[in-house]
Each structure stands twice: as structure tokens, then as C-alpha cells.
Ligand binder design. Structure first.
Ligand SMILES: [Zn+2]
Length: 293
């Protein structure tokens, strides 16, 4: 799932490549992706894209005062295209959800097709969401966001955790507490901070909370530096190459060499290193215990 660094990098990419262009047409290929009906998607046609912003994991395209807001969910992505077909796409086929055509006011027109971008989503579980609103705060998921994970200072961060009951993994990924972190970077941040994902957020010592804040900033900043400047097409691969524990079950921890383990849940899983994070003790895993029974 695209998280803060990926969405921030997409934001930077679009600022450079798309701002200043006029939206000529928006094609909707996956009807379930659009969550609003007034203003309609077609209202964006003929208006200039004037700015791009990020709110947590939401991408916000300012189209002359109307906002096209995108949440990429688990398997969504934005593909910059220079050879867009002019014929409207067939709805309900393949990963394409929304196609945005832009005018070619900058530079010479490409040999064939138009410029713009596709919002796509792989897999059968569809979660990609698109909103057309007059203010981004009209999107419920944005209205509920806590402070941005890259903007929150140490004091605020310590206070947020102290007021939170429940495990660290859940706290870091709760967008209403802290905006921008998902399953992958929470694994990475907890590993960098040498903290168990199951540790209680309100039971951290000041030292541990500050360590977590430092790890969060370092992890997100490093990921962002890897991503910015990448072409939108190659960003996803870059995310994977920088990971230490997330999605690396069974592989050696790059820090200590112990085997990265996982805890699985109904529809997700987390990865961690026992030596770095849990005093060498493996955490209980539902699926593992079922196999051993
Ligand atoms: Zn380790």
C-alpha cells in the first residue's frame, strides 16, 4: 500500500509534470471508485490543474478550486502516461479505475496519444477511492486525520502516545492519531526503534517514545529521499528494496542476522525481528499456533 513517502513522491512528481496543464477529460472505468456525485467528475474538464497536495495517504489535486482527491488503498497506483488512447476505456475490465487526460500546452505533442495519468488497482478487493469536492475537508477520511507523521514534533508525539491505549502497531497505523503510516512503514519504524509491535503505547518510557519519534522521522525521510526523483512507474520497486523487516519473513534481519518473523491476522500480517525488538522471544502467532495444535 502506498504510504506517506510514496504519496509524497507522487505529489512532487505531479507538481513538476502535471501542474499548469488543463484537464481535458476524465474517464471513469471502475464505477465503484467514485465516492461523490456532486460536483460530477465531468466538472473537472476544461479546468487547469493548479496545485497538488498530500493529506496523510490522500493525494489532493487542486483543479482550479475543485479538488480531485485520491486514496490509493492497498493496491492502487498512479501511472503517468504519454501515449494515452483517445477512445474511452471499457468499464469494469482490468486494473484501470480512472484516467485523467491533460492538454499538451507544454512542449511538443508526443507522436501518438495524449498525456495524463491512470489510476489503477490490482487484485479483486477494490478499495481505491476518488472524490470530487470543493474542499478536501469534505472527504471524511481527511477530516478525521491526526497530525502528519512527518510534521509532528517530539512533544506532541509523546503526548499522543501517552493518551492512547492499545498496541504500538495499531497506534502508528491509526490515521486519526497520526497521518501517513501504514502496515509497511510501521513495521520498519518499530524495527528501527527496537520496540515490540505489541508493546502498549501508553506504557512507553519517555526514552522509548523519543526513540520511536526519531525512528519514525528517519525511516520516513529516508524512504522519501529514495522515492523523490524516481519516475512514478518505478517507485513501488524502490519501496521494497529499502525495507528491513516488512514483507521479509524468513529472511535474515540486516541489523543482527536473526530470522525475521511474522504474526498473521485475518487479512493482514506484521513482520519483526525477535532479537532487535522482543528480547529474542517470538510473538504468539495465530496461524503458527493453529499449525502446531
Ligand atoms: Zn534484528
Amino acid at each position: 500500500m502506498p504510504e506517506l513517502p510514496e504519496v509524497e513522491a507522487l505529489t512532487a512528481f505531479l507538481r513538476e509534470h502535471a501542474v499548469g496543464h488543463v484537464v481535458t477529460r476524465v474517464d471513469l472505468a471502475a464505477v465503484q471508485a467514485i465516492k461523490t456525485f456532486d460536483p460530477p467528475l465531468s466538472a473537472l474538464g476544461g479546468l487547469e490543474l493548479t496545485g497538488v497536495a498530500r493529506h496523510g495517504k490522500f493525494l489532493d489535486l487542486d483543479v482550479s478550486g475543485l479538488h480531485l482527491v485520491v486514496h490509493l488503498a492497498r493496491a492502487g497506483w498512479l501511472h503517468w502516461r504519454t501515449g494515452l488512447p483517445t477512445a474511452p476505456p471499457k468499464p469494469g475490465k482490468g486494473p484501470l479505475a480512472v484516467r485523467v487526460h491533460l492538454d499538451q500546452s507544454h512542449g511538443p505533442p508526443p507522436a501518438s496519444g495524449g498525456v495524463g495519468f491512470d489510476l489503477t488497482e490490482q487484485g479483486t478487493r477494490k478499495g481505491l477511492a476518488v472524490y470530487v469536492v470543493r474542499s478536501p475537508a469534505e472527504v471524511p477520511g481527511i477530516a478525521r486525520l491526526g497530525p502528519d507523521a512527518l510534521a509532528v514534533d517530539r512533544e506532541t508525539f509523546v503526548a499522543l502516545l501517552a493518551g492512547r491505549s492499545g498496541q504500538l502497531k495499531g497506534a502508528l497505523t491509526d490515521q486519526t492519531l497520526l497521518a501517513g503510516i501504514g502496515n509497511a512503514y510501521s513495521d520498519e519504524i518499530l524495527h528501527a526503534a527496537r520496540l515490540s509491535p505489541f508493546k502498549m503505547a501508553d506504557k512507553l518510557t519517555d526514552d522509548e517514545a523519543l526513540r520511536l519519534h526519531d525512528a519514525m522521522r528517519a525511516t520516513l525521510t529516508e524512504a522519501l529521499e529514495r522515492q523523490v526523483g524516481q519516475r512514478a512507474a518505478t517507485m513501488k520497486g524502490e519501496k521494497r528494496s529499502g525495507l528491513q523487516v516488512h514483507a521479509r519473513t524468513g529472511l535474515p534481519c540486516p541489523v543482527c542476522g536473526d530470522t525475521v518473523r511474522e504474526v498473521s491476522f485475518a487479512d493482514t500480517s506484521l513482520q519483526y525481528c525477535p532479537t532487535c525488538q522482543t528480547g529474542g522471544k517470538p510473538l504468539a502467532d495465530r496461524r503458527m499456533s493453529k499449525l502446531l495444535r
